[in-house]
Design a protein around this ligand. Sequence first.
Ligand code: PEP
Length: 253
Amino acid sequence: MRRRLLVANWKMHKTVAQARETVRALLADRSWAQPELDVAIAPPFTALAAVAEELRGDGGIALGAQTMHWGEFGAFTGEISAPMLVELGCRYVILGHSERRRLFGETDEIVNLKVKSALAHGLIPIVAVGESLDEHKAGRAKSRVTSQVRNAFEGVDEFDMARSVIAYEPIWAIGTGLAEDPHAADEVMAAIRDIDPGLREVQILYGGSVKANSIAAFVAQPNIDGGLVGGASLDAASFAELIRAAHTKAATA
Ligand code: PEP
């Protein structure tokens, strides 16, 4: 039985003070918390330690980072490594987000190196994949996404694949208000599960303009285990509402 997971990707938003305030607001009203649904927050690097402190002693929300370098240490100015994230209490790390791929030159090969490093250090990689609008229009979503997944997990064994998370995020749906049709997203995810026995029961999240009023339709699909949420996770009340909506459907699906 796969667990539900909702991950807040705060991107380059929130100072340390703002991050603390949002986490406190989220923890003040725990009506969203449910034992069968996991929640994680991925703040900017600068707020990781503060968010870890706010979450301390609270098993309900896990900490995640938004990217990392594949090396352990070295002359890589500006970079952060897996052991550094582990030391801060991170459980997850988002890898290969389309913004990293598009704006910072992250290739499939780099994502693969990062996935291996994250797993080697006990972090759970959330591997983000997704097709562009042109690829979508050309009917190439499945082939693009399955190729990205194959490359990301090249050389990774079945056990490590199974404990990873994949986020299917059509690029054209991220931050645009244009979410993919849940059934169409589910079909792409079914294709991901068919790639390798190690991916058969992997957790797969949908990402791309998901909101409190749309998450239920996504998690009702057989292959969708939760969401990677950008904009709708920035405000504590709206994220709490989204988590509640995901649970309601999870319980009735
Ligand atoms: C994301 O950043 O991964 C994302 C899905 O953003 P949004 O929810 O704002 O579309």
